[in-house]
Design a protein around this ligand. Structure first.
Ligand code: PLP
Length: 413
């Protein structure tokens, strides 16, 4: 017999990821994650939608999957059918949409369907951390393809596909965030989407299109989805309500032919994604989505302006960035001597959280002096103050920027 608290250590499965750190609240200046603007969560309309839909259909909560089956609440899928047609040019039926618990679950289902240990996939050289770390965990090789101001570079992609073919390796998919790329904020134009489809067809490698930010474009105009442009299939599309409405709802979706969805359903072990969220969203979105999004993007654009002004004021020429085309992030290059993982540690101690570049890239050297800033959640005042603090910390640790607000500063030591 042993005494003391039960010890699970010797029972834990091998190969577990590192444990999560305990939540201790958000830092004062929070520039990380994909959080949304609290001011723009449509709370009143969500309350009214919840009351209406529960009053009308609340009793259907008695069955798993409501009365819509395992693909998700049918009115939400029907809303998406109309929205995807109108905005992205996608023609699909409600039976070609699977509602997921956030688009992260979509990523996991697609990975579960296609990937095994040792496989190769092609990804954008800087891309979503959540996708990279899942590939890492699966022991799948993520080969980074460089980007330019229009996203994935086709010359580099063609060379990589050719090289892999020569070596007898068929990548399992090309993962791209073509419509407001995370983290660079670029949009792939229609002609380039066509080139991408041609390469995908030529090398027989499918495209995994992650359109999570497609609603958040400053001028509201987007090219058709790659899914919509493909004449022979070979594209899986995912999207999310996290960025357009609220990430805590955890509602995303996959668009794919039934042959693929039926296999994904067999891997989806949660017996259905949260029903209440789906019901409230469907009730809310049908009448309000189209008017909500432009208000949200106007607010985000204003915050991005504040962020860029603050960076110009406090970092001057030490911070290089391209104005994002939409979304909630700015991807920033600092001078080469700045090590952003180290800057992250020092800044966090001062209450400023940033995403260090190497977490968002397949190329650690290229991204070492880069960082991602999310501007959606902090207020304009927090953005200004947070960037001022970040500049101070960066100067203290790395000697740059030398000037702030046109005042020369000296690094300590
Ligand atoms: C490119 C991309 N895909 C997917 C996700 C996952 O989002 P969610 O699971 O909240 O839909 C994110 C979140 O930030 C993202 O940036």
């Amino acid at each position: 017999m042993t005494s003391g608290p039960f010890d699970y250590t010797s029972l834990l499965a091998p190969g577990l990821p590192v444990p999560a750190v305990k939540y201790t609240g958000f830092p004062k200046y929070n520039f990380v994650g994909g959080h949304n603007d609290a001011e723009h969560v449509p709370v009143d309309h969500l309350i009214a939608s919840a009351t209406a839909v529960l009053g009308r259909e609340g009793r259907t909560l008695a069955t798993y999957g409501l009365e819509s089956g395992p693909l998700g609440y049918r009115p939400l899928r029907e809303f998406l059918v109309a929205k995807l047609k109108r905005d992205a040019g996608i023609s699909c039926t409600a039976d070609e949409i699977l509602i997921t618990s956030g688009s992260l679950q979509g990523i996991e289902l697609i990975n579960g369907l296609l990937l095994s240990r040792g496989d190769t996939v092609l990804v954008e050289q800087v891309t979503y951390f959540g996708s990279l770390n899942r590939l890492n965990r699966l022991d799948v090789k993520a080969v980074g393809i460089p980007l330019d101001e229009e996203g994935l570079r086709m010359d580099a992609l063609a060379a990589a596909l050719e090289d892999h073919e020569r070596r007898g390796i068929r990548p399992k998919y090309i993962y791209t965030i073509p419509t407001v790329q995370n983290p660079t904020g670029t949009i792939m134009g229609e002609a380039r989407r066509r080139e991408l489809l041609a390469l995908s067809q030529r090398y027989n490698v499918p495209i995994f299109e992650d359109d999570c930010y497609a609603d958040l474009i400053w001028d509201g105009r987007r090219p058709p989805a790659i899914y919509a442009m493909s004449e022979r299939g070979g594209v899986i599309h995912i999207g999310s309500f996290s960025k357009s409405i609220a990430p805590a709802l955890r509602v995303g979706f996959i668009v794919a032919p039934w042959e693929m969805l039926s296999r994904m359903l067999a891997l989806k072990t949660d017996a259905g994604s949260g029903a209440l969220e789906q019901m409230v969203l469907a009730e809310y979105c049908a009448p309000h989505f189209a008017t909500h999004v432009p208000k949200l993007t106007r607010g985000l654009r204003a915050k991005l302006n504040v962020l860029m002004e603050a960076l110009n004021e406090h970092f001057g020429t030490s911070a290089e960035f391209e104005d994002s085309k939409g979304g909630i992030f700015l991807w920033v290059k600092l001078p080469d001597n700045v090590d952003t993982p180290k800057l992250y540690q020092a800044a966090l101690a001062a209450g400023v959280s940033i995403n260090p570049g190497p977490e968002w890239s397949t190329d650690k050297a290229y991204s070492k002096s880069r960082l991602r800033l999310c501007f959606a959640n902090p207020s304009a005042e927090q953005i200004r103050d947070g960037i001022a603090v970040l500049a101070e910390i960066c100067r203290r640790e790395f000697g740059v920027p030398v000037r702030s607000a046109n005042v020369e500063k000296r690094a300590k030591g």
